[in-house]
Design a protein around this ligand. Sequence first.
Ligand code: S6P
Ligand code: ZN
Length: 190
Amino acid sequence: INILIMKDAKIFLPELIFNGKKLIGKDVEKSTRKLGDLKGIFEDEVTFRLMDPEQVVYYVSSTFPVEEGTPGGLFMGITYLMPGKVGNEYFMTKGHFHSNIDRAEFYWGVEGEGMLIFMNEKREVWAERMYPGSLHYIPGGVAHRVANVGNDMLIFAASWPSDAGHNYETIAKYGFARRLKEIDGKPKLI
Ligand code: S6P
Ligand code: ZN
């Protein structure tokens, strides 16, 4: 009898769409990093100063379903990183540790060719190639940065805990222990 009078549970359309390339929805926030915002991260400062500070290096579309800092939630973002170099160093993201340093993150390749560079607290550096379909687990305690090593735009997605936070200061001050440069036409971590 109960079953007969029970109403159907509601079925909704998703609030967000990730169509393989784009994150679409009402609460998607976009942030942009221009060359001028990346002062100090590239080694060749002479070349850097000759380049247009208004040139967009990357932008990120993100969704924050809960307030930043909430324990137990998740965020997601798609990064669009342009091809290019400053001297022989590839265009790359700022890179960061998480403020809550033990928080992990997933990155995955969507389009283009990249290199995900990791550095632990002992400043040991390693990297993984990023390409469409590649999936990367970034453990807690490990700083992460992505470089575009191809000739086209690199698109990758990320999902991280809502209480991870971003510590950009450590990388801004001390950098990564190695730089990803194009040497004889190939990416090398030197
Ligand atoms: C956030 C996640 C990505 C990056 C984005 C830009 O935790 O790792 O969305 O924010 O790739 O990199 P960065 O180092 O400038 O934040
Ligand atoms: Zn992160």
